[in-house]
Design a protein around this ligand. Structure first.
Ligand SMILES: O=C(O)CCC(=O)C(=O)O
Ligand SMILES: [Fe+2]
Length: 291
């Protein structure tokens, strides 16, 4: 039988952007999720949206991949635009590399790692008619860590910044507060979720162990536009920074296996099942590089 949530944990706590990392961690440790209010000003929201608009206008909804699981996860009425690092200086400065953001990420990874990678900074725009995303934990991208369950090290934390009001109707991210502490084999369902409803400019911050998924967009004409910004510990990288030291023409002469070993191809973790990593716009990196 499915267990119901303690009603006391159902509400997602709001904190001001700039709250102390100690205050943030007290909520994160207890609930695995919180919402930061007013991360971006009205002017910054307008600037970031203006930076994104031309890119999103020409982007098709849905995944280019053949894999049915990947397609379902991606969403057939969802636009995912990556490399926001290059597309929006405003977003880069105000969020991705901002000391406030990094202070919270540092607090989450205390005792695990004191350096971080930006895993992705991607627009996830749910178009009207998009269905619920399958509920999941983001640590599932790194399946060996998921085997440790709730007591394992934190290896993924996500900040999802709203660029329009995110509502129950247009597909606000659905979260199960407290699920970061559940055994990972405990059952969960959509009935246990609450929507991370928030104003444009606010952001939901949650652990890689917290169960969540994109909502359904039940509106007729209101896209839900957010930017997801997960961070990982910095240590899981090779010693040599090959993509910057091996010329593309040298990589071109190599076998696909060798190209993947040194970062010129994407990684597709199948056994144990994980995700596709090291990509560009969800495409195989070698295709993007023309290898
Ligand atoms: O779109 C959302 O609200 C959540 C997306 C998500 O969880 C994911 O893509 O991993
Ligand atoms: Fe996710």
């Amino acid at each position: 039988m499915l267990q119901t949530l303690d009603p006391a944990t159902r509400e997602i706590v709001h904190l001001p952007w700039g709250a102390s990392p100690e205050e943030v961690m007290a909520v994160m440790d207890r609930d695995g999720v919180l919402i930061f209010d007013d991360v971006l000003s009205t002017d910054q929201i307008a600037q970031v949206n203006a930076d994104l608009d031309p890119h999103l206008a020409s982007l098709q909804a849905g995944s280019l991949k053949d894999d049915e699981i990947v397609k379902e996860f991606h969403g057939d009425k969802t636009k995912r635009l990556t490399n926001i690092v290059s597309i929006s200086k405003t977003f880069r400065d105000a969020v991705l590399g901002h000391p406030t953001t990094l202070g919270y990420v540092r607090a989450v990874y205390a005792g695990v790692s004191d350096s971080f990678w930006l895993n992705t900074a991607q627009v996830i725009e749910l178009m009207p008619g998009e269905d619920l995303q399958i509920l999941h934990r983001d640590v599932g991208n790194y399946p060996v860590f998921a085997t440790f369950g709730p007591d394992g090290p934190e290896v993924m934390v996500n900040l999802i910044v709203a660029l329009v009001d995110a509502t129950d109707e247009n597909g606000a991210t659905r979260i199960i507060p407290g699920s970061h502490k559940w055994p990972f084999d405990r059952e969960f369902s959509q009935e246990m979720t609450v929507p991370a409803a928030m104003k444009a400019g606010s952001a939901v911050f949650y652990s890689g162990k917290t169960v969540h998924g994109g909502g359904a967009n039940r509106t007729v004409n209101t896209p839900r536009r957010v930017i997801g910004c997960p961070y990982n510990p910095g240590f899981l990288v090779p010693e040599e920074a090959y993509p910057f030291t091996v010329p593309l023409d040298v990589a071109r002469e190599m076998t696909p296996e060798m190209q993947q070993l040194i970062g010129f191809r994407s990684i597709h973790q199948k056994n144990p099942a994980g995700g596709s990593l090291w990509q560009h716009n969800y495409e195989e990196l070698a295709d993007f590089l023309g290898l």
